[in-house]
Design a binder for this molecule. Structure first.
Ligand SMILES: [Zn+2]
Length: 413
């Protein structure tokens, strides 16, 4: 998965579930692997239902049993457990301070990756770790930035890199005393270089091998020729050695070198989520610079283009601080929608229905990314969520955090 709208939604749901707490030990998490027999799972739950009759606290007992009952009812709708298994969360979530304000909530999720093992847990919170694992950016790149002075190892995942190790060297600088002592000095120096390369190789193996199949490739870079000698000498484990996809000259070492390497490796990283985002934002600004009519930005403009079915590619900033609010007249059902920035809030006191004059209305709030994401999905647009706190995220933020490339030129703006 890259930063698609589906992944965004999945992560958002996990975040919401994470904030839910039960009053007692009464929230149920159920992970069912693919291939399980639905009837066996129901039988298991019936047994748990009976066990729950031993719970001393009357309300907890009632809440646990009705949660199990709800899960069984849902499971009965399935003839077969779906391809990746099924994850169900169910429990009484408090609405107010007092005991008894709980309402039963149930979430049935078909996960994006297979559930590995059957888990049934009853706790004061939902058990989310296996889902969180699935929501992680999987593709990783191992980065090695080095010269004879030292090496830095980093892992690049999605739009973020992390320094994982640093290897120092004790190679003396070259000098030119000449004669016998110079030859001896050269030999010692060669040994130390070899020793340093060996250590870099070992530490890289430790850092990158555990990534297993998630590791897409190894990228090496640095000033001077150490980076080339290191690759030629096969100091990496053969599994990593064959994953080297680039070896690039750099001006910098250390963390600055890591950043330089990421920018320079654009071609080989072009399939990664990072560059998908960067390229998409670049395209928007190129079109704007050309004065093209195939680009729009801003909430209203993009909404209009989406409703016209004209959007080919939709870019949304991950932390867009806007809500879509729908006001519905309780008398005549007239409704209107607004985009509201939370810091400004919505002034409802002065609202008056333009159709019937009533001043009572109900208000519905919607997550902005959900609103635009769904519109995009329905009209066949490619939806790209742009990471905040990146260089391109900030560029997009500067034009309102939302932009679109159109299938054709739109007129009349
Ligand atoms: Zn009205």
């Amino acid at each position: 998965m890259s930063t698609t709208y589906e992944l965004y939604e999945f992560r958002k749901l996990i975040k919401e579930l994470k904030n839910k707490r039960g009053r007692g030990t009464e929230l149920i998490s159920l992970y069912i692997p693919p291939g399980r027999n639905v009837y066996d799972v129901i039988k298991y739950l019936r047994n748990e239902y009976d066990q729950a009759s031993n719970i001393k606290d009357k309300l907890t007992r009632k809440n646990v049993q009705s949660a199990i009952e709800s899960i069984i009812q849902r499971l009965k709708l399935y003839k077969k457990i779906p391809e990746n298994g099924l994850v169900i969360f169910c429990g009484a979530i408090p609405r107010g301070k007092d005991r008894g304000t709980e309402k039963l909530e149930i979430y049935v999720i078909e996960p994006p990756e297979p559930v590995r093992s059957f888990t049934y847990l009853c706790s004061h919170e939902f058990h989310l770790e296996p889902l969180e694992e699935m929501a992680k950016e999987k593709k990783a790149y191992g980065l090695i930035v080095m010269d004879r002075g030292g090496a830095v190892l980093a892992i690049l995942r999605g739009a973020n890199y992390r320094i994982v190790d640093e290897v120092t060297s004790d190679i003396p600088p070259k000098h030119s005393a000449g004669g016998q002592s110079q030859r001896r000095f050269e030999r010692i120096r060669e040994e130390r270089v070899h020793d340093f390369f060996k250590r870099v190789g070992m530490r890289a193996n430790q850092a990158f091998l555990p990534l297993g199949d998630d590791l897409e490739g190894i990228i090496i870079g640095g000033p001077g020729d150490a980076r080339e000698k290191f690759e030629e000498g096969n100091f990496l484990d053969y599994r990593l050695q064959k994953k080297i996809i680039a070896n690039l000259p750099l001006s910098y070492t250390e963390e600055q070198g890591v950043r330089e390497l990421i920018m320079k490796a654009e071609d080989v990283l072009s399939e990664s989520a990072l560059y998908k985002e960067k390229r998409a934002v670049d395209e928007i600004f190129t079109l704007i610079a050309k004065g093209s009519n195939r680009v729009v930005y801003g909430l209203r403009e993009v909404e209009e283009a989406l409703l016209a079915g004209a959007v080919e590619k939709l870019l949304l900033l991950e932390d867009l601080q806007v809500k879509r609010v729908t006001i519905r007249c309780t008398q005549c059902k007239y409704e209107e929608s607004k985009f509201v920035r939370p810091e400004k809030g919505l002034k409802l006191e002065s609202w008056e229905c333009p159709r019937c004059g009533s001043t009572t209305a109900e208000v519905e709030e919607q997550d902005i990314i959900e609103y635009f994401g769904e519109l995009g999905k329905q009209t066949g647009a490619e939806v790209i969520i742009i990471s905040a706190n990146t260089e391109w995220g900030n560029q997009l933020k500067a034009i309102g955090g939302i932009a679109a490339v159109l299938r054709y030129e739109l007129h009349g703006y």
